[in-house]
Design a protein around this ligand. Sequence first.
Ligand SMILES: [Zn+2]
Length: 472
Amino acid sequence: MTLPAGIYVRISRDSEGLGLGVERQLADCKRLVTQLGWAVAGIYEDNDVSATRGKPRPAYERMMRDVANGVLKAVVVWDVDRLTRTPRELEDVIDHADRLGLKLASVGGDIDLATEQGRMMARMKGTVARYEVEQQRRRLKAKHRELAANGAHIGKRPFGWNFRPDRTLTLNPEEAAVVRECVDRVLCGQGLWKICNDLNRRGIATSTGKPWHTVVLRQMLLRWRNCGVRTHLGKEMGPGQWEPIIDRSTHERVVALLTDPGRRSNNRGTEPKYLLTSIAYCGVCGGPLVGTNEYTYVLKSGRKRVYPHTYTCAHAGCMKVRRRMADVDELITSVTLGVLKRDGVRLLGGDPAAAKHARERIAALETKLALAADQFADDTITGDQLRRVSERLKPQLTDERARLATAQPNPELADFTGETVDAAWHASDIETRKRIIRLLGMRITIKPIGSGNGRTFDPGSIQIEWPPPAPA
Ligand SMILES: [Zn+2]
């Protein structure tokens, strides 16, 4: 009588490294079934590659059900460690062998689960297999560490470089230019979502041929590889064996900008929703205002009350300023359009070198301000100290912003076009509008208003400060 046997194969994280691909396991097992004179009654395959220990194995469960139902009288595996991941699972198999007379064969050698010796062999093989896997893993880790210390690249092709035949990296000039462009645009304050849209529109794909996504773009920009530094497990190992795309200080600024919690609103993966968030400040505490959603509140009487979008101070110690968003946006829009109509020419052209210098100064000042705010939040400095730091730095920041506004070559305003300024404004997205307001150097502060006065909008409660005129 030919014994109906199930072949069980499992791909695990280690199997590829051990040369134990699924085809290899399957071919060896089929040969063994033939040698034993059994018949293949089913092939059960689990993919365990990204498994944590407790992840269910549907094929394994199905096979054990077939064993319990008597469909299978034998199980063939490449090695015992393919079948059972834990001693607990092995005991289950041994239990089946006891009750149902299940036979187990492995390419590594027959194991008769009906005898004490066979069971001991199975248990030992399981332990030894795990030990070998651990060793293999340790050797692989050591190898990776060594390669990292030598500055070698491991893994997929990184965007910006090509593989040479020996899998070292050589610059891919087109992609490297895209990396540089993205770096520049991020340092100009452009949102990642916008850069992604643009790259995808131009048909530029990632190194794996996929469209760009903000998460992927962010990772790409945060790679220390970009400035020629090899890292390993988050630590700097030394120079990489490849040509850098940007210099280190530029990369450090990108990292500071993309990881700065204070600038997160600019770096979120979505289009900005509100015109003046991260532009307008609270007139009481000086903190940035946030936009709130419109919401409907149902009163006990069943009547509804609609609360409109607002700009609100969300600083826990303050929360003293709140203003209807539509009113503020309308005021700032009309002021901005007025200025643009008067001397919008100033926004075109520019002096790239001066702009670059101003941007660097702004980045440095903003980092200092953000640091001070963090220290205040952590109680390492007092409110007084924070105010003194702000008072010293903010005029400098205003100066630099004004310089930037004059010098900015404005690659980001390329899509700000139209028959008239009004038409261009109407056609532009919120991010472009925010950029323009920033470029004009406007500092917008929303001042508190007394209670009972909140019904009518007072434009006088919105303070707009302008940068001093740039020297001619
Ligand atoms: Zn406030």
